[in-house]
Design a binder for this molecule. Structure first.
Ligand code: SF4
Length: 380
């Protein structure tokens, strides 16, 4: 079956926790596009979509919603969007699938794409937000990515006006709080600017989610990356901290740096040591930490600070205390999808399945590290 496209435009990425949100594209690609590690928009040019174009998309989405309701009624489901309706749309009306999927998940959350929506003039953004709320009064949460440098071009008053029009949360790709790491990675921002931007978002009453990229310091700067990132996070006290782990995409300048020997990536176990130091250094905050990315080795590193910090620390220390073979077994189980948490290793059938793969890897002549590196390429 050839999938027809929806009548509105969508971009390539969203945060992991926005999987069930409507993706509404306000800008295309990233206005900075220079970060050494980032593969997402490298060959693409940034552009702002006009308010009229985006509004037209909102009208199309509203029309799609009505069509889906009609299909549900015709099929005898009384207008509700259940699994049977989504399955019917998937097979017969694929162009309606993004809106059907959104409605199936409640139709209450929206993510504004692409990498830096605050590039749009405040009044234009407000018009879009207000129209969204008018057309879909059931929406409860609207979020977006924004660069810290762009946030600093907006006053607290302007950001508050966006909140008043319906924006709830801003996701910031902080990556690191260390100036040395940020400069090497050409992030185009300093730790102090991240701090000021984060504080400004909070001052405007918006919810703030800061993304940290584990492993970004490599072998030379891992300690500084952990300590300086914790320092900036402590000063901001964001509502959410989200960890992702560095994976080096072959089409990035960072891959060339690795090739030249200028950047030495951390082994999985060293990433956990870095994570341990970072978490140990988080102090005086009330943030909720998530590790909800497929590339993170320990997904269970998640919880509210400060009360859950001891449990989180204990999990990291437990992993680090494992003998080498047990660490390899867990990494293999995690990367092949058998294990999600360390306690999954106590499940005899899961453990036996992973032991089996372990034996096969060893017999094939691969090292566990090489095998895992090949597996991880699937996720990059
Ligand atoms: S600012 Fe974000 S989207 Fe743009 S290049 Fe850097 S990491 Fe990629």
């Amino acid at each position: 079956m050839v999938l027809s496209k929806p009548a509105f435009e969508q971009g390539p990425i969203r945060p992991p926790n926005e999987a069930n949100s409507l993706l509404l594209r306000l800008t295309r690609n990233c206005p900075w596009n220079r970060c050494l590690f980032c593969p997402v928009y490298k060959t693409k040019k940034f552009s702002r979509r006009s308010a009229d174009e985006v509004k037209q998309d909102i009208f199309s989405i509203a029309e799609d919603k009505e069509k889906i309701k009609e299909i549900s009624k015709q099929e005898g489901h009384g207008g509700t969007i259940n699994r049977a309706v989504v399955a019917r749309i998937h097979s017969d009306y694929p162009e309606l699938l993004p809106v059907a999927f959104w409605q199936y998940h409640g139709g209450e959350t929206v993510f504004l794409q692409d990498g830096d929506s605050l590039q749009l003039p405040v009044d234009q953004l407000r018009e879009i937000l207000l129209l969204l709320k008018e057309k879909f009064p059931e929406i409860k949460r609207i979020t977006t990515y924004a660069r810290s440098r762009t946030i600093l071009r907006r006053s607290v008053e302007e950001l508050s006006r966006l909140k008043e029009a319906g924006l709830n949360r801003v996701h910031v790709g902080m990556e690191s709080g260390s100036d040395a790491v940020l400069e090497y990675m050409k992030k185009g921002v300093t730790g102090d600017q991240h701090l000021e931007a984060g504080q400004r978002i909070k001052e405007a009453g918006l919810s703030l989610s800061e993304y940290v990229l584990l492993g970004l310091g490599g072998k030379n700067l891992w300690r500084e990356h952990a300590l300086e990132t914790a320092k900036v996070l402590n000063a901001i006290n964001p509502h959410f901290i989200r960890f992702r782990t560095l994976a080096i995409h072959s089409n990035t300048p960072l891959a060339e740096e690795v090739e030249k020997g200028n950047f030495k990536p951390l082994h999985d176990d060293d990433v956990i040591r870095e994570e341990d130091l970072l978490i140990d250094s988080l102090d005086g905050i009330t943030s909720y930490l998530y590790s909800d990315h497929i590339l993170n080795l320990l997904e269970e590193i998640s919880g509210r600070f400060p009360e859950e910090k001891p449990r989180i620390k204990k999990t990291l220390e437990r992993y680090l205390s494992f003998p080498q073979r047990k660490k390899e077994l867990f990494r293999l189980g995690r990367r092949t999808g058998y294990f999600r948490t360390l306690t999954d290793m106590d499940n005899p059938s899961l453990k036996e399945a992973v032991e089996d793969i372990y034996r096969q890897v060893k017999n094939s002549g691969y090292s566990v590290d090489d095998y895992i590196t090949r597996l991880l390429r699937r996720f990059i």
